[in-house]
Design a protein around this ligand. Structure first.
Ligand code: SAH
Length: 217
């Protein structure tokens, strides 16, 4: 996601440690204590400006949400949204989503959202796609047994690649939408990119993919 560089973005995040958790590895295995409840935890990797994760947190107060984004200026824009409308069940992390086992213990996370992830269309960049098998292996570790990834994109190439990648990993493709906005799916919360691409007439694809029960491997 391209945004204008905010020179004071890092200071903005540091000024709100109650929302942007500065040393997430300290909470590894203890996130429910941070939230002060035993509700399930859902994370979004690459939350961008945070429209989806704030919308979800508002709509589902019984779930704890953590939005993850590696670009500091982008996190600061998401932070603006949370400051404008505080949400007790939402925290933000400014970290790289490839190191999630540093921040979350085995099976600590209930569900993962990927929305409009960078497509990296060149074959030589396949390893950077968030649905490449090395990322799935990290996701599987931090997710509960039978945990799920819910993925939306407008990019047909990345979508088809991801369906194949999930399936080759041994995941079950529980539900697949080839045109989400023309379907009867209820409760969809649009991301920034989803609004932008769908207003240009692009179709939105969605899949719910489930890991096998790792305790039975
Ligand atoms: N989900 C948002 C943004 C999509 S753009 C939306 O749908 O509008 C993809 C975002 O993922 C970018 O902001 C990029 O910085 C972030 N991203 C890509 N790889 C990441 C990683 N490994 N860890 C954290 N964020 C990542």
């Amino acid at each position: 996601m391209r945004v204008r560089n905010r020179p004071n973005a890092a200071e903005m995040l540091a000024a709100h440690p109650e929302i942007v958790i500065s040393e997430p590895s300290k909470w590894r295995g203890h996130w429910q204590e941070l939230f002060g409840n035993d509700h399930p935890i859902h994370i979004e990797i690459g939350m961008g400006k945070g429209q989806f994760i704030t919308g979800m947190a508002k709509a589902h107060p019984e779930i704890n949400y953590i939005g993850i984004e590696m670009q500091v200026s982008v996190v600061s824009i998401a932070l603006d949204k949370v400051l404008a409308e505080p949400l007790p069940n939402l925290r933000l992390l400014h970290v790289d989503g490839s190191a999630l086992t540093d921040y979350f213990a085995e099976s600590e996370i209930d569900q993962i959202y990927l929305n409009f992830s960078d497509p990296w269309p060149k074959k030589k960049h396949e390893k950077r796609r968030l649905t490449y098998h090395t990322f799935l292996a990290v996701d599987e570790q931090i997710l509960r047994p039978n945990g799920e990834i819910h993925f939306k994109t407008d990019n047909q190439g990345l979508f088809e690649y991801s369906l194949a990648s999930f399936s080759q990993y041994g995941m079950c493709l529980k539900k697949v939408w080839l045109d989400l906005h023309q379907s009867d799916y209820e409760g969809n919360i649009m991301t920034e990119y989803e609004e932008k691409f769908s207003s240009k007439g692009q179709r939105i694809y969605r899949v719910e993919a489930q890991f096998p029960d790792k305790t039975k491997k």
